[in-house]
Ligand binder design. Structure first.
Ligand code: ADP
Ligand code: MG
Length: 154
C-alpha cells in the first residue's frame, strides 16, 4: 500500500502522469473518492502518461469514453449506474479484460464485478482545500510491481 500526502493539484497530476507512464495495457484502475476529490483530474494525467493527446473529460452521462494512446484508454464514470446489469449491457468485460487500460470512477458502486486483480486508488479530501491523501493498493503481481515502481519515482 502506498499512501501519498498531496499539497496541491500539480502533485496529484505528477502522481497520475508517472503512473500512466508505468502502464503497459490490460490494467484496471479503480478510483474512489467524493465528488471533487480529483478522480477525473488524476485520470487526465494518467492519460497524458499513456500518450493520449485528446482532452479527457468526465463521461458522467455516457458512462464510458474511449481514447487512444500507447494503448486504448477506457474511462468509465459509473456514478449514475443504478444496477450493475447496466454494466453487462455495456459489455464491460470486453473492456476490463482487454489490452487497453480501464479507469473506473466511483468503482465501489460496481464492486461485485470488478476483477480481483486490479489497482485501487482512493482519494481523500483534507481540511485544506488543495490537500489530498491518495492511497494506492493492488491485488496481483502486476499491480504490486507497478506500485513499487511508482513509489520509487515519486
Ligand atoms: P472528481 O472526478 O473526483 O469528482 P475532479 O477531478 O473533477 O474530481 O475535480 C477535482 C477538483 O478539485 C478540481 O476542481 C481541482 O482543481 C480541485 N483540486 C484542488 N486541489 C486538488 C488536488 N490536490 N488534486 C486534485 N484536484 C484538486
Ligand atoms: Mg469525476
Amino acid at each position: 500500500m502506498l499512501k501519498i500526502n498531496i499539497n496541491n493539484i500539480t502533485e496529484t497530476e505528477k502522481v497520475g502522469y508517472i503512473l500512466g507512464k508505468l502502464l503497459t495495457g490490460g490494467e484496471v484502475i479503480c478510483m474512489t473518492g467524493d465528488l471533487g476529490a480529483g478522480k477525473t483530474t488524476m485520470t487526465q494525467s494518467i492519460a497524458k502518461g499513456l500518450d493520449v493527446d485528446d482532452y479527457v473529460t468526465s463521461p458522467t452521462f455516457t458512462i464510458i469514453n474511449e481514447y487512444q494512446g500507447r494503448c486504448p484508454l477506457y474511462h468509465f464514470d459509473v456514478y449514475r449506474i443504478n444496477d450493475v446489469d447496466e454494466m453487462y449491457d455495456l459489455g464491460y468485460e470486453e473492456y476490463f479484460y482487454s489490452d487497453g487500460v480501464s479507469i473506473i470512477e466511483w468503482a465501489d458502486i460496481i464492486k461485485e464485478i470488478l476483477p480481483k486483480e486490479r489497482l485501487n486508488i482512493e482519494i481523500n479530501k483534507k481540511d485544506n482545500i488543495d490537500n489530498r491523501e491518495i492511497i494506492i493498493y493492488g491485488n496481483g503481481e502486476k499491480y504490486i510491481n507497478i506500485i513499487k515502481l511508482l513509489s520509487e519515482k515519486i
